[in-house]
Design a protein around this ligand. Structure first.
Ligand code: ADP
Ligand code: MG
Ligand code: MG
Length: 874
């Protein structure tokens, strides 16, 4: 197979190849070259070579360096320069680039090809000695860092010594002579640390660098990043070898990064930063503070104009917002990278809608383009304007990633991870983050940095995750050692709470109250488009009128799961619930249930009203009864007093009800088999609520759902009782109209799937309870799965947590079987799913394909489910 693809004036071999083979960077360099943009020529070594490298025990495949040499020759010819030449040397960068972009995760080496002789040659050719030695010291430093794994502090120390010697504070103030000396001390540092001389043979440099880029694919932080992002199944990284252009040749040169549109808000305005007289990595590293691109015309109007033209060319070509890297060498602009720009959920929605308006994409593409999960960010809380206005603002940084976050200060990534795992909300505070920090950043509620710009590491990563981030808050003095920050003369530590506004960049003292978002504008438009394409109905899991109302506002078309047990925990109700459980006989039980009935009826009435004619699936009591009893002796005493029984009695009853595996025990329909009076009370409450609604001209559409059925006989028996209670209640209420009540069951026991044809004979509908179904199919208890699940994910025994994303190959088979067997008896059997999976886009895709009628999820995930269902249908 071809291992090396050339891009340049001579030929563009990579065009039309794939990201999987060339990596994103390589493919787009070829693409940009082909559409006539100014790209320094070079070549790409494929990801397949990386794969081969690892498969052969980290050895370079045979023939690779021959192909590389060949490509170098072509490059030399095209540019009229020679690798390692002592007159006018060719220099290259060696850049990584996988199929999926992993910002800053892997390594790049610039100025490769310099040695003692070539540096002199470069100085002569450019008539700029300072520049040449600056390039050389950067190469020795990066090569030492990336290829030899040296500690960069050793280089920093040598640089500080030189700066001291010349009495300057900035890197840029060191004169040529000083940099020349610096190169000598760098070489000495290099030799001392590696035991070898800095390699003078450029091809040797190149070979070692290529191996180092391959090596960077499997560093701990790169592996962890792929884990967090769920990136799997890639061959490895490609390696791009590209001729150098220089942003550090003087004040007519520079480098920058930009987005073709604003990645925070989506606004259609070129957005970026540049640094004069600098090389690429200086912008991202946050060493100097860059200027916004909007200021560029003052510096070089022509280059700015050219960039704006390139924005259009790129967007017309890719029909997508792009994230670009560019360099200006003595007034000439070069493009070094383009890729699809990461953006916030807010920006994703706005850009998709705007691009439809601009006729760059059609409606379907717009719907497909917004990652459903990213809508979470539009559904996230913001600060309450009143609370915001009253807030104690400490300082303002850059609004790096929007949102509102509140938490206590954490000073290292590890600390953030630990405290977050222990349930604390923390804000990670760092001078600047680096790729080693990603795990802690992921765990934190928000991120605050004191240096670095809008395109710094913290900003880019946080935006990708939709995590609130304020960057470059220069007034915040961080003391990592004492775990304190100082700002505006005040000091805050690990116990202090601050609030971050990622939309304005403000940092506030204390907890500022947050508020829920609304569905409007472009968001509403996108939702409407999604509704045109989806075939799955979207319901919600709600058990209060407030939740029902919120879910309806988000577009829910019914309630797929109303858990009645949540209604019993209210202080005025729980006592009756407990006396029902403690009752010695049916008579006492019925007396207690009678007191609960009015509460349930009121709840149902409220929900029917909120749902106004939409179906409401009500699950009869499901959890084991011990969950309603107090477990600690102190609270047992209090409850005993309330109920007029002895604490001992409560403890004994609690013990009798205690189950070693409560999830497999006396719960679900098994409760109704033993205590039919519970079922009767609940059904009566439902029917009476429906009758009351009818009196108020509110249409109620209850669907009574019997949980945990494993045999057709259970359902047959209980269905009979439900029907009988409905009739009795109607008679008692002298109601002669018709009520629209259906009776169905949850399918959550594997046996129910296996015998779904028998069960369907007694069911008007099925609702897959995939939480329990997953639990019982895997044999994992949901309550203690976290004791081993992380190991399972880490060791790739499982790809994802099966409680978060439906296990389509295993549990999915049972779902498919349940649907098929059920519908073999009742052709039009209505089938849905409730539980956590109903809001997970991947699981929704599965449900669509399995032919379900609806999914049901928590209110906040309803918009996500609507979009995911549309994407599944497209
Ligand atoms: P990353 O993926 O971390 O951005 P890159 O490979 O894109 O790494 O390179 C790091 C920096 O070096 C970028 O700013 C890039 O623009 C710059 N750079 C890479 N290759 C060249 C080159 N041939 N000439 C000038 N600058 C370069
Ligand atoms: Mg880059
Ligand atoms: Mg269940």
């Amino acid at each position: 197979d071809k291992m090396v693809y050339y891009f340049g004036k001579t030929k563009t071999e990579g065009r039309g190849s794939s990201k999987a083979i060339l990596g994103g960077k390589g493919l787009n360099l070829a693409e940009m070259t082909a559409i006539g943009l100014p790209v320094p020529p070079g070549f790409t070594i494929t990801t397949a070579v990386c794969d081969a490298y690892y498969k052969s025990g980290e050895k370079m495949p045979k023939g690779l360096m021959d192909e590389v040499n060949e490509a170098v020759k072509t490059l030399e010819k095209e540019l009229g320069k020679k690798f390692g030449d002592d007159a006018n040397p060719l220099l290259v960068s060696v850049r990584s680039g996988a199929a999926v972009s992993m910002p800053g995760m892997m390594n790049t080496i610039l100025n490769l090809g310099l040695n003692d002789a070539a540096t002199e040659g470069l100085a002569k050719a450019t008539k700029n000695e300072r520049f040449a030695y600056d390039a050389y010291r950067r190469l020795i430093n990066m090569f030492g860092d990336v290829v030899m794994g040296m500690d960069h502090h050793q280089f920093e120390k040598a640089f500080d010594d030189i700066k001291k010697k010349y009495k300057v504070s900035e890197d840029t103030e060191v004169p040529a002579e000083g940099l020349k000396q610096l190169c000598e001390s760098y070489k000495a540092v290099y030799k001392k640390s590696t035991g070898e001389d800095f390699p003078q043979d450029p091809i040797k440099q190149l070979e070692l660098s290529i191996m180092a880029v391959f090596g960077s694919w499997n560093t701990a932080r790169a592996v962890r990043y792929r884990e967090i992002e769920g990136i799997r199944g890639l061959l490895g990284t490609a390696v791009n070898v590209q001729s150098m252009v220089y942003g550090n040749m003087g004040d007519d040169s520079g480098t920058g990064v930009a987005f073709t549109r604003n990645p925070n808000t989506g606004e259609n305005k070129f957005f970026g930063e540049f640094l004069i007289n600098a090389q690429g990595e200086d912008v991202v590293a946050g060493i100097r503070t860059p200027q916004p691109v909007a200021e560029m015309p003052k510096w070089n109007r022509a280059v700015h104009k050219e960039l704006i033209a390139i924005k259009k060319t790129l967007e017309d070509h890719y029909a997508e917002m792009q994230d670009i890297e560019f360099t200006i060498e003595r007034g000439t602009l070069y493009m070094l990278q383009t890729r699809t720009g990461k953006r916030t959920g807010v920006a994703a929605v706005k850009i998709a809608c705007d691009m439809v308006k601009e006729k760059l994409i059609d409606q379907k593409t717009a719907v497909l383009r917004v990652p459903a999960n990213d809508l979470t960010q539009l559904l996230l809380p913001s600060f309450k304007p009143t609370a915001r206005n009253a807030a104690d603002v400490l300082t303002r940084g850059l609004p790096a990633s929007p949102g509102a976050s509140v938490g206590k200060l954490a000073f290292s990534a590890e600390e953030a991870r630990e405290r977050a795992d222990a349930g604390e909300k923390v804000i990670l505070v760092r001078k600047e983050t680096s790729p080693e920090d990603v795990d802690g950043m992921n765990a934190a509620a928000g991120i605050l940095t004191s240096t670095g710009g809008m395109t710094s590491h913290a900003a880019v990563v946080a935006r990708g995750w939709g995590k609130c981030c304020v960057a470059g808050a220069g007034e915040v003095e961080i003391n990592e050692k004492s775990k304190k920050i100082k700002v505006g003369g005040r000091t805050f530590g690990v116990k202090d709470i601050i609030s971050l506004d990622g939309t304005t960049g403000e940092v506030m003292s204390g907890e500022v109250e947050t508020q829920e978002p609304k569905l409007s504008g472009d968001f509403a438009k996108l939702m409407k488009w999604a509704d045109e394409y989806r075939t799955l109905a979207i319901r919600t899991n709600a058990d209060s009128p407030a939740d029902s109302k919120r879910a309806r506002d988000f577009g829910a078309e019914g309630i797929g799961l109303c858990r009645t047990e949540h209604m019993f925990f209210d202080p005025e109700r729980i006592t009756h619930m407990r006396s029902m459980i403690l009752a010695q006989d049916e008579k006492d039980r019925r007396a207690a249930l009678k007191k609960l009935l009015p509460f349930q009826r009121k709840d149902f009435e409220g929900i029917f009203k909120a749902m106004n004619g939409l179906p409401v699936t009500i699950r009869l009591l499901d959890p084991p009864l011990h969950e309603f009893l107090p477990h600690e002796s102190a609270s047992q005493k209090i409850v005993a007093k309330e109920l007029g029984v002895s604490a001992n009695e409560i403890a004994k009853r609690g013990e009798a009800l205690h189950e070693s595996n409560p999830m497999l025990g006396h719960r679900g329909c098994r409760l109704s088999v033993t205590y039919p009076e519970i079922l009767e009370m609940q059904v009566r409450a439902i029917v009476e609520a429906a009758i009351n609604c009818a009196g108020k001209k509110i249409k109620a559409q209850p669907e009574i759902m019997i949980p945990l059925v494993g045999t057709a006989n259970e359902l047959e028996l209980l269905r009979g009782k439900v029907e009988q209670t409905i009739e009795e209640t109607k008679t008692a209420k002298k109601f002669s109209g018709t009520l629209d009540i259906s009776i169905g069951t949850m399918i959550e026991i594997p046996r129910a799937c296996l015998t779904a044809n028998d069960i369907a004979a007694h069911a008007d509908f099925f609702s897959f309870g995939t939480n329990d179904l997953t639990q019982m199919t895997f044999g994992y208890s949901r309550d203690d799965v976290n004791t081993f699940l992380p190991d399972y994910i880490h060791q790739e025994i499982l790809e994802v947590d099966p409680f978060q994303s439906l296990d389509t190959s295993g549990v999915g088979q049972l779902v498919e079987m349940g649907v098929a067997k059920g519908r073999s008896v009742k052709k039009d059997l209505k089938v849905g799913i409730c539980g956590e999976h109903g809001g997970d886009p991947a699981s929704i895709t599965f449900c669509h394909e399995a032919g379900l009628n609806y999914v049901s999820c928590s209110p906040f995930r309803v918009p996500i489910a609507r979009l995911a269902a549309a994407q599944a249908a497209l």
